[in-house]
Write a protein that binds this ligand. Sequence first.
Ligand SMILES: C[S@@+](CC[C@H](N)C(=O)[O-])C[C@H]1O[C@@H](n2cnc3c(N)ncnc32)[C@H](O)[C@@H]1O
Length: 469
Amino acid sequence: MEKKPSESIASSPATAPQPFDLIVPCAFGLEAIVKRELKGLGIEATISDSGRVSFRGTPEMVCQANLWLRTADRILIRVAEFPAADFDALFETTRQINWGKLLPADAAFPVTGRSIKSTLTSVPACQRSVKRAIVDAMMRDHRTSELPETGPLYKVDVAIVKDVATLTIDTTGRSLHRRGYRTHISSAPLKETLASAMVLLSYWRSGRPLIDPFCGSGTIPIEAARIGRNLAPGLEREFACQAWPNFSAELWSDTRSTAANQSLPPLEEKLLGSDIDGRVLTAARDNAIRAGVQDDIHFQAMPVHEISSSKRFGCVITNPPYGQRIGSGHSSRFDAADHGDPDSEGPEDWELDELYESLPQIFEKLPTWSKYILTAYSNLERAMGRSANRRRKLYNGRIECTYYQYQGPKPYASDRPATEKSPAPAQPITREPTTSEPSVRETNTSKHAAPEPAKPKPKSPWPKSPPNS
Ligand SMILES: C[S@@+](CC[C@H](N)C(=O)[O-])C[C@H]1O[C@@H](n2cnc3c(N)ncnc32)[C@H](O)[C@@H]1O
């Protein structure tokens, strides 16, 4: 949708409480989860494009979204959207905007840019043009000839797609996946946003057992523990708009203290993170301490074939190693971030095949558990010996992966572990409603669902479909 600058500005002055026009970028495949996370915060949003969700919101909603969204990358204010097939249009339309109402006179406003399928191909030239136009407008609006740029940071971005320019200001600062707890990482860390999405897409909830047998730096169990304890993902970090005059210190401290008061006590059922490499577990433990969930997770050095549990109806949520060596038969792409240089490190194809082919035997020890596996290894279902109940295309960075969801049998009321008999703890604010809507990219292959056990079935405590798919 194309928006004239005057409309956008009229509807989003930064000094008045009128709502902003907001864009929430996220990884491809996570749009529906972001939308439902927003719904959990009482915010109606729409999926505007691949990797983008939009909503209109007040500064308070911007604080809430920054603080609580687990699966989004950032929150941007859309300033204007207009045709810009040449530099005159880009400069003049940008200059017409009342930037003085959006930015204080001492604002620092670096301009970044992108150009896709557009006449204006030189991104640096577009950035310079927008910067000059904003400088002109700021001098006009603030009636000054000097702009020291010593004040709060307002990162402006100009994205020109098919000759339409969108100007945005970033409210977030460093990306939302950077929660602030992870300074030690394994060689193949998942983004915290993706790990959270894996948990939110699963049947797991606080009180149920969870194992990540390839836990690396512990991102999945740490994100699960924070979800289970309703710890806002942004509690330990700062945001760009905290320094903005129209986002008062009071607004931020109120939002933060409300969020802190909503946190729940340590989990009744400890989560397990294990990995064959004891060194990464040192990092995982340190990360869990910084994330405030060290009492919720037990980390253990252990090869995957040793996992077992006497607990029932738990969830394995995991991201095993995957790779593709150049010239290999696998169609999955090699994850350079996963194993460093694809030519020198990482498992050989035969090792990967062996590892994946051993999974069914390992999982046989957990017959009542659901298994959720994110991988780019293309032969997963063949190795597992059956199709997944659901699969969803997700991106780990730029690597296309599939999230395979093998749902275990539904527990009977009598089979529920003690913790499930007590009333379920309050769902985290960002948990999704238990009714699911069809997701954009998810394939349901439920004809392959795990067979129901034969005894008569009282009312199941499980949701009819994955709560967050
Ligand atoms: C893709 S990484 C997991 C990254 C993790 N999700 C994170 O965010 O840090 C895969 C992990 O599997 C571990 N691994 C490889 N083979 C294993 C085996 N046979 N048993 C258990 N862990 C293994 C590696 O040490 C590595 O940490």
